[in-house]
Write a protein that binds this ligand. Sequence first.
Ligand code: NAG
Ligand code: NAG
Length: 172
Amino acid sequence: MLLLLLLLLCLQTSLQQQDSAARCDELQTLTLQTSCTSCAASAAVTCPPGFTKTSTGMGTANCSYVVQVGGREVELAGCHQSCVKSVLQPRCCPQHWGPLCLSCPSWSGKTCNFHGSCLDGDLGNGTCICDDGFSGFACQECKNLNTFGENCDKGDGQCLCQPPYTGRRCDQ
Ligand SMILES: *[C@@H]1O[C@H](CO)[C@@H](O)[C@H](O)[C@H]1NC(C)=O
Ligand SMILES: *[C@@H]1O[C@H](CO)[C@@H](O)[C@H](O)[C@H]1NC(C)=O
């Protein structure tokens, strides 16, 4: 008989750096307690497959269980065992997204050109959400066509384009 009472998820995580820097799987510890039995019977209670018993002897004497005595329910003090299991949760490293942990868009090696934040993580879609004033897939452009410069804070600039480029922003 093996009834499980509680399943607690302990976020005791440690980062597992993988060979490819895109994956940062996390080691998580699952903790559960077996159901309450009499303390005499508790020592023989085993943990479910894959779990390791962390309590000793009768386990922890701090629970109650119910028995039927002559058609009445009686609550008795009992014991339960603590069990743990380590599981590796797949996770992407920061600035990586999706099931394959692809890299977020970058410009000159800077994620979202350092002018936005990437929707990263396993559930992200790798989109750069650009800061005010910036646009483009990697926030590499000024939103306002009249602004220029690294921080899009310069106005009325005039570009001296190198051939063959032309246009106000030398992008044609
Ligand atoms: C024992 O159980 C009581 C009542 O449920 C709880 O308040 C207490 O924290 C428990 N102690 C331990 C050591 O688990
Ligand atoms: C990415 O996710 C954001 C937020 O959920 C959404 O607004 C955007 O349209 C998505 N982009 C793509 C390309 O799916």
